[in-house]
Design a protein around this ligand. Sequence first.
Ligand SMILES: [Zn+2]
Length: 347
Amino acid sequence: MLPALKLASRILDEPQILTYIKGALKKSLTQINDDEAANKAGQPLYTFSNEPLKDWTSEEIWHTLWTLRECITFRFSAHLPYGCMAMCGGGDTGSMIAIGAHSAKITLSNQFFGVFRRKLKASQFSKPWNPGTHDESAVLRSQFAFAVTLVHEVMHALWLTSNPAYVQHYAPTNPSQWVNRLEPFYRDGRMNELGACWETHVFGGNIHMLGYPHGAIMPYGLTTVPFPGTWEFYPSVINRGNPRKWGHGWQTTYPIQMKHIRKMFTNEMWDEVQRYGIKRLRRERKLGYRSYVDSKYPALAAGKAVSGQAPSPTSSVDSKEGEEDHQGVVRREPPTATEGNSFVIVS
Ligand SMILES: [Zn+2]
């Protein structure tokens, strides 16, 4: 677990990444002019974008992060919903960052423990496949995913602890009826999810495991799924409409090469980030996997989306010998429906 904790700390120490937090925590955010969404939310909604860090503002952000340790608790549980790796909610006390705000409680899947202690071996959970599951690589994927999960949840915790609970104008001033302020939309996006938007901003998509089982055991590999992309449902967010209306009918995901994951844990990577920017943290887009979302084929049904459905190598590489073109790419015209999805592989 130590490599993951060090990596999470390194991520939260990177000034170029902190511009996202600086933007989200800026006081007086820009209000969104979307009555339908605001009515659904029952409170005004806001948007933010990255804010450059000047000397004194970076100190302010680091101070907030430092103070967060006094109003955040972490715990591990075996009882998270299927496929859910972590959750963040209000704690039992007040926040040390902002008066009137809650402390935060982050619950993580204890399956991570099993993986890090080598009690759960990925190769025991994978189907026979070529080249097969390499257990140490699978553990490294879990370490990386754990670091990303921690920072994802810290984004929620930062919001929760930095913003006083909201007293609706029609509600009596009874603290139990106060509600938390909803998270702001990143760059006026379609869904307000500070952790998921952060992952997409930094890594080019949410970090997902390929195939099954869902959880901390990652026998096949990792991929990036853009957020909100074609998601039609996501828990605890305000959804500002059908993805097709926002021009998202296709979703392309890209596998993350193992050498890229390994590099995350090296000084070399973080030296490059400082020199060339956070684009270095994005995976290469060599060969993508594309799913088509059509109203006839409700690819991302609620239950599936929330459990983090990602393409599995066994179902996505559904090609026959000699089917590929001269570039070695299999191309299919949609819709070739499989379980409500149609798939094409794109370069
Ligand atoms: Zn989240």
